[in-house]
Design a protein around this ligand. Sequence first.
Ligand code: SAM
Ligand code: DTB
Ligand code: SF4
Length: 364
Amino acid sequence: MSEIKYDWTKDEIIAIYRKPMMELLYEAASVHREYHNPNVVQVSTLLSIKTGGCPEDCGYCPQAARYHTDIEGNDLMTVQHVKAQALRAKASGSSRVCMGAAWRNVKDGEEFDQVLEMVRTINKLDMEVCCTLGMITENQAKRLAEAGLYAYNHNLDTSEDYYKDVISTRAYQDRLDTIGNVRKTNVTVCSGGIIGMGEKLEDRAGMLVALASLNPQPESVPINALVAVEGTPMEDIEPISIWEMIRMVATTRIVMPMTQVRLSAGRTQMSREGQAMCFFAGANSIFAGDKLLTTPNPDVNEDMEMFDLLGLIPQKPFLKKDQPQTVEAEDSQFESLGEKPKWTRPGHSIERNETAKSKSSVDH
Ligand code: SAM
Ligand code: DTB
Ligand code: SF4
């Protein structure tokens, strides 16, 4: 196997992205075969355990309270509800459950304790457990690890440059620090981003440089196509073409050969042929279930039909890394520190975010 390269430059990545399509596909598919079985695709089910009402201003996100989109917010789910949903996901072929919360960061206290119990419960069902809860401290990462968390998702979303045009309430460095905190445990890192937010090719390449230079590189990299939701600052952005998704997946595969590249949000807009090209180009994971966090996703039966058609096999849990041990709450080595970390609030003004915010207060 060729060696992993951590010092990719933006120019090198742009040159790969721009290769003639047939060469790009051939190269990506060759790298893919070196490191992975091309017929195996991981199936992960998303579960929004706390929806809406988020204080952040992420320009793409329907869950930001300030934009008043049509989504129905709710309180933190019960452990029993989560268990029932995880069992359903397992029965339909998923090996991983990813629990998402519309939080800026994790706060120590009852709600976090409840999330830890969810992690223990799902790990005991012999499924990989992933959480995406916003920024976390080292102590919080260690407590999640001890409960049996397999992966933590925290996206860089785009390049550091373009990030400033998307979000004003948090800083890129805080995202990197959270990933660093996860790396202090044996929890695997899932970090990727979104394309089609009006960014340049340089920004896509910049994001890949940031991800590929992490050592070790993230074990999983979700590539989302923007789902433009009414009421958000990005509501009017036109969807990207499938060719951009294929190029992005192929480039990600080449620069991060070991990672699981996840074909994430935006699959409802993609044909089966388009998705097949993404799998050929190195995508080896999808989110299944008719809902992502708040927006639609293809029906799981249709996905399984697509798998049959393409001869794809769902990946078994813990194929890449052993199942973590769950330590019960009463045996925990770590205390809740009641920390109040000062994550950064840059607070600069982003015109389209401000416009969307003022529009929503007029409309509602
Ligand atoms: N609140 C936590 C955070 O932001 O880290 C976790 C949940 S957040 C919804 C997880 C990820 O979903 C974001 O980082 C972003 O990449 C993705 N996402 C959110 N809205 C999206 C949209 N409209 N289209 C595509 N991806 C989206
Ligand atoms: C990721 O990169 N994509 C998922 C997951 N990680 C948490 C979320 C996609 C959300 C799409 C918009 C929504 O459904 O609210
Ligand atoms: Fe909140 Fe996460 Fe949405 Fe940003 S992406 S508004 S932090 S839920």
